[in-house]
Design a protein around this ligand. Structure first.
Ligand SMILES: Nc1ncnc2c1ncn2[C@@H]1O[C@H](COP(=O)(O)OP(=O)(O)OP(=O)(O)O)[C@@H](O)[C@H]1O
Length: 330
């Protein structure tokens, strides 16, 4: 289980900073695929780095904490907090970064990239035994062991992404974080990657976190999801609830912008752009783009409301709707 306790993270510049993650509070549970959605620049990748403990200048965690709870086969639980989580990389938590081509060493064969990442966990095995094990795992994931002898540029984008997923899951970590795993791939390849992720998760019964700006990806494979807007998590709930009963106006607009079968009406994006995270506005950060905004929205930050089973959203209007006994959108 991975828990974020009111975490804020910022990029420090000479005389200013970008608060890319602002008081984010949620947990990723055992045996689930948790999705993180939101427009470009809202802090999704930074949040994933915070979860993975990939913190290096100019990024710092300015408030809150991250806890990674891992229980071994004997039932002993170890808790890693931010600053320590990196000690558990590959074995307990792993990360599939954005852009499969750029994260692989272009002059090293895939085989060596596997060895570099995992050999310290298999120091009692010979290279031959380890290679046989890796080849067996690749076959399990319907990948040809031949890829071990290839250089990254010799593989297609989809194949590189599959190899990265295989590498990240080889040691059966408790949590796998994947940043935009299907971006820049064509739809057929995307489908294959999502199926692969879903199969691996079902088999390992571990947790996965998928960051994607594509709501279709979340609909297809996540169990619960969080919607980010301007560094904040503005709605969290079961994916089925987020799609069928969205509560925050931003989430509603994201869902309404999706094409639906049989609906030929023109779909428009959400008008306007998110605010700068260098100097975000007071109140609700979505107020300037929200068709329902009232005065309070421009001055006070909304609290988080429980809007259904395991479903939370932060919007002033929900307060009125709840007090008046009305549901948002009713
Ligand atoms: N190294 C950096 N230095 C300064 N600011 C940064 C840095 N990396 C990201 N940012 C800023 O942090 C904010 C959040 O960026 P982040 O990449 O986390 O968002 P995102 O939702 O993942 O977007 P995208 O989907 O485009 O990657 C943005 O305002 C971005 O410009």
């Amino acid at each position: 289980m991975l828990r974020l306790n009111h975490v804020s993270a910022q990029y420090n510049m000479l005389d200013e900073y970008v608060k890319a993650v602002d008081h984010v509070d949620f947990e990723v549970r055992k045996n689930e695929i948790f999705g993180i959605a939101g427009e470009s620049g809202c802090g999704k990748s930074t949040l994933l780095k915070v979860m993975y403990d990939l913190i290096a200048y100019p990024l710092e965690i300015s408030e809150g904490s991250v806890e990674l709870h891992s229980t071994d086969k004997q039932g002993k639980t170890t808790v890693y907090t931010n600053g320590e989580i990196h000690k558990s990389w590959w074995k307990v938590i792993s990360y599939v970064p954005q852009g499969a081509m750029h994260v692989m060493n272009p002059v090293t064969k895939i085989k060596s990239q596997f060895f570099d990442a995992i050999s310290k966990y298999h120091d009692k095995k010979s290279k031959k035994e380890l290679e046989a094990e890796i080849a067996g795992y690749l076959k399990e994931l319907e990948l040809s062991p031949e890829v071990l002898n290839a250089y990254p540029h010799q593989l297609s984008g989809g194949m590189r992404q599959r190899v990265l997923i295989a590498l990240a899951t080889f040691l059966h970590p408790d949590i796998v974080l994947a940043d935009e795993p299907t971006t820049a791939l064509d739809v057929v390849v995307q489908r294959g990657i999502l199926t692969m992720l879903s199969k691996v998760q079902k088999k390992m019964k571990n947790s996965m976190v998928i960051v994607s700006h594509d709501m279709g990806v979340h609909y297809q494979i996540t169990n619960r999801m969080g919607i980010m807007y301007a560094g904040q998590m503005i709605e969290v709930g079961p994916t089925e609830q987020i799609f069928n009963n969205p509560q925050h106006p931003y989430t509603k607009m994201l869902i309404n912008a999706l094409p639906k079968v049989g609906d030929n009406s023109q779909k428009e994006g959400i008008p306007g752009t998110p605010p700068s995270l260098k100097n975000p506005p007071a109140g609700c950060r979505f107020a300037a783009r929200c068709p329902l905004a009232e005065d309070i929205c421009r001055t006070q930050e909304p609290a988080q409301f429980n809007v259904g089973e395991d479903h939370y959203a932060s919007c002033h209007l929900l307060n009125d709707w709840i007090v008046e006994g009305k549901r948002h959108g009713a």
